[in-house]
Design a protein around this ligand. Structure first.
Ligand SMILES: [Fe+2]
Ligand SMILES: [Fe+2]
Length: 192
């Protein structure tokens, strides 16, 4: 294991709950496995994005908001997110931690962390793999997990759309807040 991966693991062990750490490792294993099926993507880079995607997930909402304000992070609809769903800030803060603390320069990795939850227009292969793997890792049913993994290996774009639909439906069914970011993601993909 190289030094950067070791440093990341030490940080995650210190800053995440056991359950969140397990989730992060699971997403990393899944994402790397899916990445091996796509020639133009480096599985090592996908692993880094995946293991880091929730590195800020265990910060309190107060800490997330003060981080965002202190470093003046540029976030679409920042005030609305802070008001309705501050937890969504974890992806932006996580991307910033990856850049500053672990010197990750690769914009694709940083974007994959930043948009793992709500997506965005015109996502890269790496971004889509993280988005999908995060969704799969929350599933409990083994058959459903296997079907999703096979689908992701077979047709990444179709699987991405199905995951996006599932995420939106989940929020609608529970009367949860639907961010403008995920609505924009949806609107972009149905037109492109
Ligand atoms: Fe997350
Ligand atoms: Fe996650």
């Amino acid at each position: 294991m190289n030094i950067i991966k070791q440093k990341i693991l030490v940080y995650l062990i210190k800053n995440l709950t056991h359950q969140r750490l397990q989730h992060s490792v699971q997403v990393a294993i899944l994402a790397e496995d899916i990445a091996y099926n796509y020639e133009k993507i480096d599985p090592n880079k996908v692993y880094l994005a995946a293991i880091l995607h929730d590195c800020a997930k265990c910060m309190s909402n107060t800490d997330l908001i003060s981080f965002v304000n202190r470093y003046n992070l540029q976030i679409f609809d920042k005030d609305i997110i802070i008001k309705h769903c501050p937890n969504l800030l974890h992806s932006f803060v996580g991307s910033s931690i990856a850049k500053v603390k672990f010197q990750i320069q690769d914009e694709d990795i940083l974007n994959a962390i930043q948009f793992h939850s709500q997506g965005r227009k015109d996502m890269s292969t790496c971004e889509k793999i993280i988005f999908i793997s995060d969704f799969i890792a929350h599933k409990k049913n083994k058959l459903e997990i296997l079907k999703l993994i096979n689908s992701a290996k077979d047709n990444l774009n179709l699987t991405f759309m199905n995951v996006l639909i599932s995420k939106i439906k989940y929020n609608l069914r529970r009367h949860f807040y639907l961010s403008n970011q995920i609505i924009d993601t949806w609107n972009w993909y149905i037109q492109n």
